[in-house]
Design a protein around this ligand. Sequence first.
Ligand code: PLP
Length: 377
Amino acid sequence: MRRDTQVLHGYQYQIDKTGASSLPVFMSSTFIHESTTNMNEYLYSRVKNPTREAVEQTVAMLEEASRGFGFSSGMAAIATVMEVFEPGSHIISTADLFGGSIRLFTNITKRHGLEFDFVDTGDIAAIEAKIKPTTKGIYLESPSNPMAHVTDIKAVCETVKGRGIIVLVDNTVMSPYFQNPISLGADIVIHSGTKYLSGHSDALAGFAVLNDQALIEKLEFLHTSIGATLSPMDAFLVSRGIKTLALRVEKAEQNAMKIANWLQNHPRIKSVNYTGLPTHPGHNIMKQQSRGFGSLMSFEVDSETTARNIVERTKIIKYAESLGCVNSLITLPVLATHVDVPENERTARGITNSLVRFSVGIENAEDLMEDLEQAMG
Ligand SMILES: *Cc1c(COP(=O)(O)O)cnc(C)c1O
């Protein structure tokens, strides 16, 4: 089955016997047992819910994993997954990480006895240099957000193979349609289902998918015990969103490519961070490890005033957090995702006051460019 068919028909829903063509929403916290010897496998919805299960298996299938876990948000997925590590574990992470993950790791996960090193994971030697006997995990985002740094996922996995190190990839920015880290050797793939998977800014969701049986059992225990699980209604919205994943991400990517090329030659633009541009340093690795470049970019404008004008004056493009939904969203990382990252650290990573992040939607590309043009003045 090809990927655009797979998003619609890949997971055959088994539980419902009515023939419903859309996923039923099981709004039930508990499930009735037949008898003490014939207990209901669905027990209680924190443990297992049929609507959530269908979506978990869909995301797992799309990521070439055998098992998926649905969480109440992307952050809930990340926080729960990090509990697989014992206190004292050392984790090497991509430096240009989603702001919420940095906040979680440095303020909360650290208190559970985990130690972090943030490096440019695009540089294998930089990872090697940080590996020590207590290193138990490598946490990656590629391309990163907002700077679009690319990590060679396969090379990282090969480097740490057989050393007892778990490779985790937050694949939110690419969606499973464009990139499958497990096929490149990663152990756990994480998604904020709030973004491309649901795609319409109407649900909060997170996923973790994997193949390793011992890790599956650990995560199953954590998922149920911590209880930050995906609600049936949000699970339904994600399942509905996934049906059009192929159409949405392909159109958004076509738009992103046109807009990145246009921005690159615009007098008010200093630089464009988009992996689809052949001049991007990670472009060739992207061509090897992904089937596309996605639709998230950032660009540096000539001044902070221009950056503020853009987010305040665009009309079609909305000034809002989040990414990966049908409509275009624009934001200033310094005021949003990276507001908790100290300024010197931010600037060192290129996240300046004149950096704009743009999640390109599925509108007409000409309308989006005209909107940006009038906003920049
Ligand atoms: C949004 C996002 C998250 C967090 O997901 P929520 O659903 O908002 O909790 C994690 N990683 C990345 C890359 C994201 O963009």
